[in-house]
Design a protein around this ligand. Structure first.
Ligand SMILES: Nc1ncnc2c1ncn2[C@@H]1O[C@H](COP(=O)(O)OP(=O)(O)OP(=O)(O)O)[C@@H](O)[C@H]1O
Length: 245
């Protein structure tokens, strides 16, 4: 018996503009991500990595093709049903954190858990547990503006986990961080991987990519190369030499 992948894309396309201005941002992508697998996607600026993540997570609609999550097709859902999938089944991590600046660290996570359908008490408990897990229990009542970049991203990862997502989609999660903060976030992703979280990470950082089970190279909207990194930990830097742009 074969198990359906946690995340599947078939013939995925996204076009922007028309006529001479037509851009094929994603141009026929097939992808299977198994439950518990971490996949890293690398490629030059403008090759379609962010667009791909947006399509996979239902933040954007494809021009063609299909997206399946845990065995169910999601790209053809109505707006309400798709929004529900985003709130309850997908965790997003962005380069620029996208925390709500007027809410404290714990409230940012709590809000997300509330939106996913938890009771106020369960949402607060979940938020506190997650802050503990990312090593920021002592910063719970801090506003994002009082946190470092690395701390903000750890709050953002905790928020992404608040709905116990089937898949976490991370778009350049260390792109705004210095080297020390990058290592903190890298270790956080490694621990998620070890805990069995399904992850797709778009990154320019070979150290982050080296934590993946599989590295996909993207060019001009399409996948052009794939490397399986057996073992899925930081011992793969050698395999990545030449793949980072
Ligand atoms: N809303 C839009 N309208 C028109 N073109 C767009 C739009 N969004 C993205 N594009 C184009 O689609 C292509 C892919 O963009 P995308 O942001 O997915 O690339 P990327 O690989 O994530 O780049 P980067 O690494 O710089 O973030 C680019 O050529 C971009 O200009």
């Amino acid at each position: 018996m074969t198990t359906a992948p946690m995340l599947r894309a078939r013939g995925l396309r996204k076009e922007h503009g028309r006529g001479a201005g037509l851009v094929r941002a994603v141009d026929g992508v097939d992808l299977d991500v198994a439950a518990g697998e971490t996949v890293a996607v690398m490629g030059p600026s403008g090759c379609g990595k962010s667009t791909l993540l947006h399509l996979l997570g239902g933040l954007d609609r494809p021009s063609g093709g299909e997206v399946w999550l845990d065995g169910s097709r999601v790209d053809d859902l109505g707006e309400k049903a798709l929004a529900r999938i985003r709130r309850t089944a997908v965790g997003f991590v962005f380069q620029a954190f996208h925390l709500m600046e007027e809410l404290t660290a714990v409230e940012n996570i709590e809000l997300s858990a509330l939106l996913a359908g938890r009771s106020p008490r369960a949402a607060r408990r979940r938020a506190e547990e997650l802050l503990e897990q990312v090593g920021l229990a002592d910063r719970a009542r801090f506003l994002p503006s009082a946190l470092s970049g690395g701390q903000r991203q750890r709050v953002a990862v905790a928020r992404a986990l608040s709905n116990e997502p089937l898949v976490v989609l991370a778009d350049e999660p260390t792109g705004s961080l210095d080297s020390a903060a990058t290592l903190d976030v890298l270790h956080l992703f490694e621990s998620l991987h070890q805990a069995g979280q399904t992850l797709v990470i778009v990154t320019h950082d070979a150290r982050i990519a080296a934590t993946a089970d599989r590295l996909i190279s993207m060019r001009d909207g399409a996948f052009v190369d794939e490397t399986r990194l057996t073992g899925g930990s930081t011992g793969h830097l050698g395999a990545l030499v030449g793949l980072e742009d």
